[in-house]
Design a binder for this molecule. Structure first.
Ligand code: SAH
Ligand code: SF4
Ligand code: F3S
Length: 464
């Protein structure tokens, strides 16, 4: 059984929320303003939407600029050093804002403070942060705010936990037509470079009933694009459901919507999942399948549990059953001890996989992970050089792929105003395309024919 937070514990949080609401109404005589900034993955975005829901319940309004805020919440990511540096930089800038404001309180949450060394650093060097908590404490936000406001002292909630599932939290979604739908949390894979299993706890899945009910409500409310989320979304397991079965059930919902999911791990991406995708009426032909490296030795060192050949076989079968599939991936360049020859194996794999787009990262050592302790003789400049070589290769592939799409018709979700043409939207394959049309189409699907490809930018026109 997944460790679900008891309804009584959640009811207690609602009582705290009511207390905070009263306390702040007395103190401010107006709705206090919250500024919330989320870094990192979509799972963190989904947490951010829940925290905003709880803040709204506590009477907060929301502002776009931390300068005018009574409460600032930085929801951080620890995946690479760069993500942490950005959040620390922004946190540092809050120091003087907080001093200049009579009311501002600052909270830092998410994956960064869940690491003991980082919690310690924040406590020691960022004394103006009033509240520090990790992903396991998200549903306890009302209680944490109550303690912060009533004691006037710093509050911390970053203890290590296997993690739980809190159902029924209030939600303030960032969009009226695109939604994140978490289906599982945590990770048990312990890839040797990765901090996620340490900060997000053990793998646990929501029940199919909870997921189907949320999806049903989203479709009835007019949501057009629903992304099922999990660090290893395809390792989903609850009751007698595995991920392919969950997908097939969700696909049966009636309505004008598109389903996506991320991130899939290649080790759990078998024919059952790819067949369910291919046979689905609502499932976007988009598979995000990080490979990380094309070298089998590096994949072993990374603890990825597949070989490059097995990965390419997944991609081959996926395209056999979905010839129009858009495959995207992630690659880490410069894993400790990666030789130039091993890097060339990554280039060769990228040539064969023909990704629509590829997210490339230079290895960043994460304290406490196995890879951080491995000897790493390759100089940073050489890693940067490899990184550039890889991105240049991928750019040329993306360019060719885009050029080959001219004349093709795509069902596009219109999302926002365009930069070059009136509207911008996304294809089922998750490619951005611009086209002219009325703003009233935002949030709707349109049939768009691709007319031009400028490198990897697509232009089109609405037809029918
Ligand atoms: N659960 C997903 C994604 C995890 S994080 C998966 O298993 O693929 C997103 C990406 O960040 C990873 O796919 C990886 O490419 C990259 N990443 C993770 N840890 C990293 C590190 N220490 N240094 C550089 N890139 C990293
Ligand atoms: Fe990190 Fe690996 Fe888990 Fe992905 S599968 S979150 S890369 S440990
Ligand atoms: Fe970052 Fe945490 Fe997501 S480390 S990528 S925000 S799980």
């Amino acid at each position: 059984m997944p460790p679900t937070v008891a309804p009584e514990a959640l009811a207690r949080q609602r009582e705290y929320a009511a207390l905070v609401r009263e306390l702040l109404a007395d103190r401010f005589g107006r709705p206090p303003a919250a500024y919330v900034r989320t870094y990192g993955c979509q799972g963190n975005e989904a947490d951010g939407e829940r925290m905003q829901g709880m803040l709204a319940e506590m009477g907060f309004s929301f502002c776009e600029d931390p300068a005018g805020a009574d409460f600032v919440l930085l929801n951080t990511c620890a995946i690479r050093g760069h993500a942490e540096d950005r959040a620390l930089g922004n946190a540092g800038r809050l120091k003087s804002l907080r001093q200049g404001s009579g009311t501002m309180r600052v909270a830092l949450c998410g994956c960064m403070p869940q690491q003991p060394h980082m919690a310690e650093k924040l406590r020691a060097h960022y004394p103006f942060i009033d509240l520090l908590f990790g992903p396991h404490a998200v549903h306890r936000l009302p209680e944490l705010l109550y303690r912060m406001y009533t004691t006037g002292r710093r509050v911390t909630d970053t203890a290590d936990e296997p993690g739980s599932i809190a159902e029924g939290l209030p939600l303030r979604r960032g969009s009226a037509f695109k939604a994140w739908l978490p289906v599982m949390y945590g990770c048990d894979n312990f890839c040797s470079y990765c901090v996620v299993p340490f900060v997000r706890g053990r793998e646990r899945s929501r029940t199919p009933e909870a997921i189907l009910a949320e999806a049903c409500a989203l479709v009835s409310a007019g949501y057009r694009d629903i992304t099922l989320l999990g660090q290893n979304v395809n390792s989903y397991r609850s009751e007698d459901y595995d991920f392919p079965k969950l997908l097939r059930e969700l696909d049966k919902l009636d309505g004008d919507f598109r389903l996506r999911f991320m991130t899939s791990h290649p080790k759990d991406c078998g024919p059952a999942l790819l067949d369910a995708m291919a046979e689905g009426a609502h499932i976007a032909r988009h598979l995000h399948l990080p490979v990380q490296s094309g070298s089998d030795r590096i994949l072993r060192e990374m603890n990825r549990k597949y070989t490059s050949e097995q990965y390419l076989e997944v991609a081959r079968y996926a395209r056999e059953v979905m010839p129009d599939l858009s495959l995207t991936g992630d690659v880490i360049v410069g894993f400790p001890g990666e030789t130039y020859g091993e890097f060339q194996e990554t280039l060769a794999l990228v040539e064969q996989a023909r990704y629509t787009s590829l997210f490339t990262f230079i290895f960043s050592p994460r304290e406490g992970t196995r890879a951080a302790a491995m000897p790493d003789p390759v100089p940073h400049e050489e890693k940067v050089r490899r990184f550039r070589e890889l991105t240049a290769l991928q750019e040329s592939i993306a360019k060719q792929k885009c050029a080959s799409m001219i004349g093709q018709a795509e069902r596009v979700l219109c999302e926002e105003k365009g930069k070059r043409l009136a509207l911008a939207g996304r294809t089922g394959g998750n490619q951005i395309i611009e086209f002219d049309g009325p703003e009233s189409l935002i949030g709707q699907f349109a049939q768009v024919k691709i007319t031009q490809a400028k490198n990897w930018l697509l232009d089109g026109e609405i037809y029918m």
